[in-house]
Design a protein around this ligand. Structure first.
Ligand code: F6R
Length: 641
């Protein structure tokens, strides 16, 4: 046993060139990291010394900062001996601008702890261009004068950047002005109004500056980091992935959640690393992998295929290849159903859903007003057609994702209509002027006034109503929850609060659903989808003792960017060509999100195109595995508490 464990460790070390600590979720890892930092701060305090922290911004460290603030408030952690150096800042950027890292650090950390403002250092995005070089040299020297950085926090960009050291950065680079990669700028759109407003440049500490830190923690949370994390940890050291330089640091650790680790060999294909504890899920994962790798349908896999691909363990355990093949084939076959609400009067022992009750009460939670039709439009249509009592609940208003010109167009319509009919025209006239003036004078990156936000929210409501009605719902089953965490008028949201959870729990209490559908996105832990999911999880916990809850199943669909892997799918709902066309029409009802929505993410395709591609891909993979051939498929995973 001892030997096996040490062989595994050895194999892992030769594969993962940076030690990775995998956490169940971002919160757990962040809390642990914050406590390690707190311990180091206290130790230095005891010795009467200062501690130098290298700090990052972006979504990765937010929960670490939240825990540090809590430790300060509730457990007396003082920051009096802390000196901080931030990694980077956009250039140009005024410190008081909403997107500045100065503001970020104040909002998430500095304003809530007792750090001496003199000890805070953040690259200055407002220095005149001709002074930038000297400024950067001074920053670098200042870090050295403080004895270097004790603990450096890092996030990782999808380009593999650390700080803003984009691909092509040299290992000994110092603090300097850099150009941002196109992908980094697109990822930053979520903090700006549009891509045009994202600065092209930034001032960043160099790789060399980072590598001088005594200890380094690289955080990666969410499945959108999975591919780049694998490159950083397992790939060769190369300037094309700057984070790989960390492999040469002697005291660096990766803190990542399961979702960010899903591409690491030890999780994706553990049989390539060493012995596995085979359970049914892992066998399924291995067989799907083997079938796709060899290009053979599952039922045609042979003993040789298994043994040539490190899977002979499996054939030994199950006697022969055919036994495993048939078992996994059946398992996948049983995920397919055209009856997402359960097939009435059918034997349901091998079906994803219960036959009874034949007519179910269903709530589809949609984080934004269009995720319902984008991610599960085909299933939505089927549930209604099959006679279930379907409710749809739009969790947030989605108001920041509407272009100004659409708000203007709708306001003009109201004003002209009121003028023509004469009803209540005075009030409308004032509103019209307020709105138009605010849009005329709106500066780049400025938050909309409340009236404009309302109009934008109503635009999305109208579209959502049209989409849900198209799917066959009556108005009393369409719910707008307007969860308060979202209502900042900015991309940066408030933390989830009691009210957010209460709103979800109230609706569930009212409907008493047999089925709940929710967006199960594990990408971007601070994104709206994740927060909306956390609120649903919390509502489930709070309602756990209600008798109707024993009959309530939670099905998770994935948002526009990501799909469940085949071995994770527990219900696959086929979509015919005709149904796919209807789904597309339902998505088209969301006109403000068509062509070029304000926050398209890093994908140039429109939402309907992404959805169709994804649903077709799922059907194609099922076919490749040797199962039935459908036009498209929507996929779900059941969440068991
Ligand atoms: C931020 C920084 C960047 C981010 C990286 C990941 O100060 O230097 O390297 O850490 O872009 O961003 P998030 O954490 O938002 O995914």
């Amino acid at each position: 046993m001892q030997d096996k464990a040490s062989t595994l460790k050895y194999q892992l070390r030769s594969l993962e060139k940076i030690p990775v600590k995998v956490w169940h979720d971002p919160r757990e890892g962040s809390v642990h990291l914050a406590r390690s930092i707190a311990l180091a701060i206290r130790q230095k305090q005891q010795d009467g010394e200062k501690i130098v922290l290298g700090l990052a911004t972006g979504s990765s460290p937010i929960q670490v900062y939240a825990e540090l603030v809590r430790l300060h408030r509730e457990e007396g952690l003082s920051f009096k001996n802390v000196v901080s150096f931030n990694l980077d800042e956009y250039y140009p950027m005024q410190p008081e601008a909403q997107q500045s890292y100065v503001r970020f650090m104040r909002e998430y950390l500095f304003d809530h702890v007792d750090i001496d403002p003199k000890n805070i250092h953040i690259p200055d995005g407002a220095v005149p261009m001709e002074e930038v070089e000297t400024w950067c040299e001074r920053y670098e020297k200042l870090i050295d004068q403080h004895g270097g950085i004790d603990i450096q926090l890092l996030g990782i960009g999808r380009t593999g950047h650390i700080g803003f050291n984009e691909p092509g950065s040299w290992e000994d680079s110092k603090t300097r002005l850099v150009r941002l990669d196109g992908l980094t700028r697109r990822d930053a759109v979520k903090d700006f109004n549009s891509e045009e407003e994202v600065p092209y440049r930034a001032i960043t500490m160099g790789i060399g500056s980072i590598m001088k830190a005594h200890s380094i923690y690289l955080m990666a949370w969410g499945s959108h980091k999975a591919l780049i994390l694998r490159e950083a940890v397992e790939g060769p050291v190369t300037p094309s992935v700057p984070a790989t330089f960390l492999q040469r640091h002697s005291n660096v650790k990766v803190y990542a959640d399961v979702a960010a680790c899903e591409e690491l060999t030890r999780i994706k294909t553990p049989w390539l690393v060493g012995m596995c504890n085979w359970d049914e899920d892992l066998v399924c994962k291995a067989v799907v992998w083997l079938s796709l790798k060899t290009g053979k349908p599952i039922l045609k896999l042979t003993e040789e295929d298994y043994s040539e691909n490190n899977l002979s363990d499996l054939t030994i355990e199950y006697d022969d290849a055919y036994n495993i093949n048939i078992r996994i084939f059946n398992r996948l076959q049983h995920t397919i159903t055209g009856w997402p609400g359960g097939k009435p009067n059918a034997d349901d022992s091998n079906r994803p859903e219960r036959a009874k009750p034949a007519k179910k009460r269903v709530i589809i939670f949609s984080p934004h007003p269009d995720d319902d039709v984008i991610s599960m439009g085909g299933t939505f249509l089927r549930l209604v057609e099959q006679g279930h009592e379907v409710h749809v609940a739009y969790q947030t208003s989605g108001n920041i994702a509407v272009h100004d010109y659409d708000a203007r167009r709708f306001m003009e319509f109201v004003q002209e209509f009121t003028q023509a009919t004469g009803a209540g025209s005075e009030h409308i006239q004032t509103l019209y002027q307020t709105v138009m003036q605010s849009l005329d004078n709106k500066r780049a990156q400025e938050t909309d006034i409340e009236e404009v936000r309302k109009i934008k929210g109503y635009i999305r409501r109208g579209e959502a109503r049209a989409g849900a009605r198209f799917c066959g719902l009556s108005d009393d089953r369409i719910h707008f929850l307007d969860m308060p965490f979202y209502e900042t008028g900015r991309t940066r949201k408030k933390p989830i609060g009691e009210e957010d959870v209460r709103i979800i729990a109230d609706l569930m209490e009212k409907v008493k659903p047999h089925q709940v559908y929710a967006a199960g996105d594990l990408a971007d832990p601070h994104g709206t989808h994740r927060v909306c999911l956390d609120a649903i999880f919390e509502a489930f916990r709070q309602l756990a003792d209600r008798p109707w809850m024993t009959d309530c199943w939670l099905w998770l669909y994935r948002g526009a960017w990501h799909e469940w892997s085949i071995d994770e799918i527990e219900m696959a709902v086929p979509i015919s060509p005709k149904q796919l066309e209807r789904k597309r029409r339902a998505i088209f009802m969301h006109q403000s999100q068509k062509d070029q929505p304000p926050f398209p993410g890093s994908d140039d395709r429109e939402f309907w195109q992404r959805a169709e591609q994804r649903n077709r891909d799922t059907a194609r993979i099922y076919r490749t595995l040797g199962l039935a051939e459908y036009e498209a498929m929507e996929a779900f995973r059941r969440w068991k508490f």
